[in-house]
Write a protein that binds this ligand. Structure first.
Ligand code: NAD
Length: 450
């Protein structure tokens, strides 16, 4: 079986990749299990050196990986270079973990008590199509550093960079079977990760619907699971802030990666006294966005990933009160213009649901309390931003919003060295940051009697 890949830019076929069967998945998992013992026993300093070598090889191939992502996923070339660089950075960051995976010595009577962080075994990483490279790296870098072996399933639509990263791992000297990329269907390869007894943990990133199924499936073997799911994050703009600056920053926070971003600030809450000024300036910023061929250096937004995704986003636009749009190329490819909707009720689908496309909904609020209530009126809780000149208010609202990643006077929410993950139905567990390797270990306690 193969999967046909379509260019989001032209709608033309760009290639075929094999789609693994359940038997092929089982074979790969068994090989990963065979590779686990030797990989776990690699001396910490040597495992660290191999991860740094892997990072260097990824860096040497930054442009090639970036160009692959432009072709396969329609990401802008600037973003795609950052994404390949993010894999390198994650590998370098977690290459410091093997020699630092400390246990504790806990005071007890009659002996010595020590703890160990032991690797789990084979870890299954399931990746969505929106950020194929970073999300793969957020999983495999800390998992490998902690001594696990990894089987990784890229999304059906966007397997090319993951396949290439698997080849580069081998080129860097990572032993065969330690990182295996298995392209294929979620219902075949992904489900087999969940049901295979040798896979000891699932790190899943994707939709909340599939995440719930995976969590239920993992329960059967009490399999460890982390979930990074959907979002509907709020960008809260208070009237005391620099409205021009907040309006200029808002489009990128909503439309980066064509809005196909779990952290997209797809709801903008604006204090009523500044609402008209903000919306006017937002229109200037959105109409100035360069939506074009993602391979061009100056492009700010490319197409959507697939025809199906464009249709799904269009359905939200059709029912909404569109205030204005930016531009988009005519002709082939899965294009939509950046679109701003004015919402009058929190019941609107476009206000409540994760659209996962270049659509942002704006709504006024009166005071701080209402802003927090509106922001929290969501089943999701992944990220969010607060724009205000009052630092006390910024801190109060950041603490009041039920989400895992908040930024005050900024939209930055992802750094490989800070923890990332969701409240409520946006997820379970955290990725990245200094503790990520621990999420791929069991803590063992050993008591030795004097
Ligand atoms: P999706 O849930 O359809 O698919 C994600 C992955 O799961 C794919 O590899 C798919 O093949 C696989 N899969 C599908 N069904 C499966 C099953 N039954 N068992 C095992 N695996 C299965 O999601 P998508 O459409 O690829 O990605 C978009 C979603 O991902 C959005 O909801 C977005 O918010 C979310 N996302 C979340 C984060 C985060 O960190 N919180 C980051 C990126 C994307």
């Amino acid at each position: 079986m193969t999967t046909t890949l379509i260019s989001p830019v032209t709608g033309e076929t760009i290639g075929e990749v094999p789609s693994a069967s359940q038997t092929e998945t089982d074979t790969a998992v068994e090989r990963a299990q065979e590779a686990f013992g030797p990989w776990r026993d690699v001396a910490p300093g040597e495992r660290a050196r191999l991860l740094r070598r892997f990072a260097a090889v990824v860096d040497d191939h930054n442009e090639e990986l970036a160009q692959l992502e432009v072709r396969n996923a329609g990401h802008t070339i600037g973003n795609a270079r950052w994404e390949a660089g993010n894999v390198r950075d994650c590998l370098n960051y977690y290459s410091a973990a093997p020699e630092r995976l400390f246990g504790r010595q806990i005071p007890v009577a009659g002996g010595v008590d020590i703890t160990f962080h032991e690797p789990l075994g084979v870890v299954g990483i399931i990746v969505p199509w929106n950020f194929p490279m970073p999300i793969a790296g957020w999983g495999f870098a800390p998992a490998l550093a902690a001594g696990n072996t990894v089987v990784l399933k890229p999304a059906e639509l966007t397997p090319l960079t993951a396949i290439r990263l698997g080849e580069l791992a081998l080129e860097a000297g990572i032993p065969e079977g330690v990182l295996t990329v298995i392209p294929g269907k979620g219902s075949v390869v992904g489900e087999r990760f969940v049901t295979h007894p040798l896979v000891r943990k699932i790190a899943f990133t994707g939709s909340t619907t599939v995440g719930k199924q995976i969590m239920a499936g993992c329960a059967d073997q009490v399999k460890k699971v982390t979930l990074e799911l959907g979002g509907k994050s709020a960008n809260i703009v208070f009237a005391d802030t620099d409205i021009a600056a907040a309006a200029a920053a808002a489009p990128n926070a909503a439309f980066d990666n064509s809005g196909q971003d779990c952290c997209a600030r797809s709801r903008i809450l604006v204090q009523r006294t500044a609402y008209d000024e903000f919306v006017g300036r937002l229109e200037e910023a959105v109409t100035a966005m360069r939506v074009a061929d993602p391979g061009q250096e100056s492009t700010e937004m490319g197409p959507l990933v697939s025809e199906g995704q464009r249709a799904s986003v269009q359905a939200y636009i059709d029912g909404a009160n569109v205030a204005f749009t930016g531009s988009a190329p005519d002709g082939p490819g899965w294009w939509l213009p950046p679109t701003v909707v004015e919402s009058t009720s929190t019941d609107e689908k476009v206000w409540r649901e994760e659209v996962f496309g270049p659509v942002v909904a704006v709504m006024p609020f009166d005071d701080e309390e209402e802003a927090v209530t509106l922001a929290n009126d969501s089943e999701y809780g992944l990220s969010g931003s607060i724009f205000t000149n009052d630092l006390g208010r910024g801190m109060r609202v950041a603490r009041g919003v039920e989400a895992g990643n908040l930024s005050v006077n900024s939209h930055a929410s992802v750094r490989y060295w800070t923890p990332f993950g969701g409240y409520k139905q946006s997820g379970l567990g955290r990725e990245l940051g200094p503790d990520a390797p621990h999420a791929f270990t069991e803590e063992k306690n050993v008591f030795i009697a004097h």
